[in-house]
Design a protein around this ligand. Structure first.
Ligand SMILES: Cc1cc2nc3c(=O)[nH]c(=O)nc-3n(C[C@H](O)[C@H](O)[C@H](O)COP(=O)(O)OP(=O)(O)OC[C@H]3O[C@@H](n4cnc5c(N)ncnc54)[C@H](O)[C@@H]3O)c2cc1C
Length: 385
């Protein structure tokens, strides 16, 4: 059994359209029966384990995981169709998002047979949720400066240190941690390793951090000499940096990097259809739609590259930079063109979506690596000094 994601069969345009129609019908039904209300940024804050489980039951998670590990053995393009429909409908997908997006490919590429058997079926079923343990209080953008240490001893690792902004750690079943296992901080990219840590753990403290909208979806995570089995090592000891870089291409390039505020655009388009649009509003709507379409083409290109086993790090960084900028521009453009006020509660659907958008926008260009850092990656990739 190979560990990489590959295109396992030819998929026709008709196959994709049929899949899209199924997903849309399912989502319309879910909305009609009140299972969820479309929200902005639902992949970050819309945590609904039951919804994730229903997607798993339909075979719409773990799409690119081989069937031998409980997955569907489908293509990255089919996965793309499903994720973009879920995002455009503002569905509550946060519970499974990180696991399905980047932990499944990471474990497939680097995990032991035991790790694949243990974690992948639950990810595909929508019942096993993951957190990302990369960022640290005094490292941040300088990821190679992580100070969390995992010390090997016999059959175990002992972990000490602090991670921060760890999305969903309080609800996750496991975390993939980046820690220094060898050498000194000055060794930078050398001596870092990834470990899969089961949660909760008696010596891992998870403290909620409240964001501006009053939600607490990310955390500070403190390791108090937490002991885990030696089998927690993911991939090669000391090669964590290159494993993480590969994982980040999955994290940065998907449709969630330009569709977080799409429910607002859709709601506004509905309003204009019902009440009529001025010429200026038509132009704004058309401009935003065209930008989304261009970003979609770029993101699809990254999905193709990833499934062919290549490393489109530069293109992924561009998608995230341009996409997350677009998500914020969309909010500003609709706000000034529609005049809709932002109201957290008691307002109309548009006012509520506008409030969510305004409060969430500051995070778009930070999470997953800030845009300034991404531009450095793009410049270096293009050979600019
Ligand atoms: C909503 C949200 C969810 C997140 N979820 C997770 C998660 O689940 N797991 C996880 O590990 N992390 C997570 N993060 C953390 C995220 O990846 C970091 O916030 C990000 O990498 C930036 O690090 P920092 O916050 O320490 O900012 P800093 O590194 O302190 O940066 C502050 C500012 O300085 C700029 N800057 C820094 N260095 C340079 C430079 N060399 N050149 C130019 N400008 C620079 C940055 O661009 C930024 O504008 C999340 C963040 C957010 C906002």
């Amino acid at each position: 059994m190979t560990g990489t994601i590959t295109e396992t069969r030819a998929v026709t345009r008709d196959d994709l359209e049929a899949l899209r129609a199924d997903v849309r019908a399912f989502l319309r039904d879910e909305i009609d029966r009140g299972a969820f209300e479309p929200d902005v940024d639902s992949w970050m804050t819309g945590f609904d384990p039951e919804f994730s489980r229903r997607l798993g039951e339909r075979g719409w998670l773990g799409m690119t995981i081989p069937q031998a590990y409980g997955g569907r053995g489908r293509t990255a393009t089919e996965r793309f169709v499903i994720t973009e429909e879920l995002l455009a409908h503002g569905a509550p997908v946060a519970a499974h998002w990180i696991a399905d997006r980047q932990m499944a490919p990471g474990i497939l590429a680097n995990g032991t047979e035991e790790q694949k058997q243990r974690y992948l079926p639950g990810i595909a079923a929508g019942t096993s949720f993951f957190a990302i343990g990369m960022s640290e209080p005094d490292a941040g953008s300088d990821l190679a400066a992580v100070r969390t240490r995992a010390v090997a001893g016999g059959d175990s690792w002992t972990i000490s240190g602090t991670k921060v902004w760890t999305t969903g750690a309080h609800l996750a079943h496991a975390m993939v941690l980046l820690a220094r296992t060898d050498g000194r901080p000055e060794d930078r990219h050398e001596g870092l390793s990834q470990l899969v840590i089961d949660l909760p753990h008696p010596d891992i403290e998870i403290r909620p951090l409240e964001s501006i909208d009053g939600q607490a979806h990310f955390n500070e995570v403190i390791f108090h000499d937490a002991v885990v089995d030696s089998s927690a090592l993911l991939g090669e000891r000391g090669k964590g940096w290159s494993q993480v870089m590969r994982e980040l291409a999955f994290e940065r390039s998907g449709p969630e990097r330009y569709l977080s505020t799409m429910p607002l655009l859709r709601a506004w388009a509905d309003e204009l259809r019902t009440h009529g649009a001025t010429e200026e509003q038509r132009v704004t709507l058309g401009t935003l739609t065209a930008r989304a379409w261009a970003l979609r083409s770029m993101s699809l290109q990254v999905a193709d590259e990833l499934s062919a086993g290549r490393r489109p790090d530069v293109l992924a960084a561009m998608v995230k930079d341009l996409g997350s900028t677009f998500e914020g521009d969309l909010v500003d453009a609709i706000r000034s063109s529609s005049g809709v006020a932002a109201r957290c509660s008691g307002g109309s659907r548009m006012e509520r979506l506008m409030a969510q958008s305004v409060l969430h926008t500051p995070a778009f260009t930070l999470r997953g690596g800030t845009n300034e850092i991404l531009r450095g990656i793009v410049a270096r990739g293009l050979g600019i000094r």
